[in-house]
Design a protein around this ligand. Structure first.
Ligand code: ATP
Length: 317
């Protein structure tokens, strides 16, 4: 097991108020597994991704019953141990490769800061991520590269130390549609080669569906459903997952209107004692605004809903 998280909450202090960005999140990632996190903007996906490496501002308060990455209790690590965790166990790829690269240094020098290697080895690494003219790229500065090329470089750099967990937060959001699949194929293939697990954050449901074995659907700082991918897409149990899948552009047939999810997500000032989705839920009943739903087991995972979709879940409720 590379990640084991139980009841993880993150609060940001913002002046006199606090914002509950994550609210008792629990999940696990097996070594080599591929897990996707989806949900509307503000649901907590990036906060979760950043919390795993404790890449949060000092205004963040983290609480958890279990918070383990690579067998280490992340919340109790000294600064030195945390640096080692970030260097040896976890690697990150973010949306904007230009922001991840140092504009003042040539690529070869930046790569050598990750691992000291000769030019031939660095070239091999760039060839491994589909770069055909590695010598030119090694001597280039980031502004001399295209976005797709720069993202290939950040992938090569992220994998240089053979991390056990790669966290990819919208890694292709800034790329042309034609490049997305290519870069994603590369990223997942390289991770499979070194046995790294991937935590993939994305708004792009078809991409997540294609690459991940398991998907966590987030809403208002909670994981409202976590299922094996095929199970989620064939029978989403939570009304929010159903709405999200229905709102996906690919879900509409030609000439049909897209289904938007009515309403807006709640302000996250404190944990709620009701279902946070209840005000927008087409199936909500009185109990939904009186009780906080906990996980119910369902084929291939679990969902937090008092009146879920499948017959199997209704029996437990
Ligand atoms: N440093 C911070 N200080 C205060 N609030 C924050 C901070 N970082 C995130 N938040 C808040 O936490 C909540 C979750 O944000 P987060 O960025 O994790 O969502 P997200 O699902 O990744 O959204 P998106 O898909 O738009 O990236 C939001 O309400 C956001 O405004």
């Amino acid at each position: 097991m590379i990640v084991e998280i139980k009841d993880l909450s993150v609060r940001f202090s913002t002046g006199r108020t606090a914002l509950q960005a994550l609210d008792e999140v629990s999940f696990r990632i097996e070594q080599g597994a591929r897990i996707g996190f989806v949900g509307e903007s503000g649901s907590g996906k990036s906060t979760l991704a950043n919390t795993l490496g404790r890449l949060l501002p000092t205004s963040a308060v983290i609480e958890a019953t279990t918070f383990s990455v690579g067998g280490q209790a992340v919340n109790q690590l000294s600064s030195k141990a945390l640096r080692h965790l970030r260097r040896d166990t976890i690697a990150y790829i973010f949306q904007d490769p230009m922001a991840a690269l140092d504009p003042t240094m040539a690529i070869a020098r930046q790569m050598r800061l990750v691992l000291s290697e000769d030019d031939a080895s660095l070239s091999d690494r760039l060839v491994g991520v589909g770069i055909r003219d590695p010598q030119r790229v090694l001597s280039s500065y980031p502004h001399q590269l295209s976005g797709g090329m720069a993202q290939r470089v950040t992938i090569a750099m992220a994998l240089m130390r053979r991390p056990r967990l790669l966290i990819a937060d919208e890694p292709t959001a800034a790329l042309d549609a034609s490049l997305k699949r290519e870069v994603m194929d590369l990223l997942f293939a390289r991770c499979a080669e070194i046995g790294a697990a991937v935590l993939f954050v994305s708004h792009d449901l078809p991409l997540v569906r294609h690459y991940c074995d398991k998907i966590c659907v987030m809403y208002a700082g909670r994981i409202v459903e976590q299922r094996k991918t095929a199970a989620l897409f064939s029978s989403p149990a939570h009304p929010y997952s159903r709405a999200l899948l229905g709102a996906e552009p690919g879900a509409a047939k030609f000439g049909e209107r897209l289904v938007a999810i009515p309403g807006v997500p709640p302000a996250l000032y404190e944990p709620t004692n009701q279902c946070a989705f209840a005000p927008r839920c087409p199936d909500a009943q009185i109990a939904c605004s009186q009780r906080r739903p906990e996980d119910l087991t369902v084929d291939g995972g679990c969902a937090k809903c008092l009146f879920p979709n499948t017959a199997e879940l209704r029996e437990q409720a």
